[in-house]
Design a protein. Structure first.
Length: 212
């Protein structure tokens, strides 16, 4: 895998979708520290559980589910604080942050081979919830554990490179008040965050560098 060729492929995809590129954005370095399949599954399960809070599931119920399936040690510090609150104590910003987990989860579902592609110009598909444990019906964690299989390092690197370059475009356009069409800066950011986390196990979920 040639990182320079990966860069060229990413740039072509962005241009084909009406975006812009910055030629001197750095070439990403490969890392040998990719997450394990178990880590990927645990993080996806946590995100899926927390998303239910946005849709007004009682926080204690979600916390109990996370505890029941042994996921507490995989929570970030920010997430632990959320789970120690009551629903009415959550700020609007905290609710918004939880909502955007939907896009991060979609990226993790791609990383785990539950979906085939992760286009930079499309939101999550309506069937996302059907692929995830249904906590309202008391579904356990077995579906993700039986079906998620982490993609290769090459696949992960190529997708991260694409989202890194797309993030420059959406952020630059936002700063300059330019339309990005179907490419949404928040969508790209949340997915890039998830991809960065998967490909580098030294990163803290609450503090992932997202500079461009």
């Amino acid at each position: 895998m040639n990182p320079t060729e990966v860069k060229k492929e990413s740039e072509k995809l962005i241009l084909d979708r009406g975006g812009e590129i910055l030629d001197w954005l750095p070439i990403l370095e490969r890392t040998e520290n990719m997450r394990s399949n178990a880590e990927l599954i645990d993080r996806a399960l946590i995100l899926n559980a927390l998303i239910n809070i946005y849709f007004e599931a009682p926080v204690p119920v979600i916390k109990g589910w996370i505890e029941q399936y042994g996921l507490v040690s995989s929570l970030s510090e920010y997430e632990k604080k959320l789970l120690n609150k009551e629903n009415e104590d959550l700020s609007e910003q905290e609710k918004i942050n939880i909502y955007w987990y939907i896009e991060a989860l979609w990226a993790l579902m791609w990383a785990g081979n539950l979906i085939d592609d992760l286009p930079i110009d499309k939101h999550v598909e309506d069937y996302q919830a059907e692929l995830c444990p249904n906590l309202q019906k008391g579904e356990d964690d077995s579906r993700f554990r039986q079906t998620m299989r982490i993609r290769t390092q090459e696949e992960m690197f190529k997708m991260l490179d694409l989202y890194f370059r797309a993030h420059w475009y959406t952020r630059n356009s936002l700063l300059n008040n330019h339309s990005t069409g179907n490419m949404n800066d928040s969508v790209v950011l949340e997915r890039r965050k998830a991809l960065e986390w998967v490909i580098d196990n030294t990163l803290d979920w609450d503090d992932i560098p997202l500079n461009t």
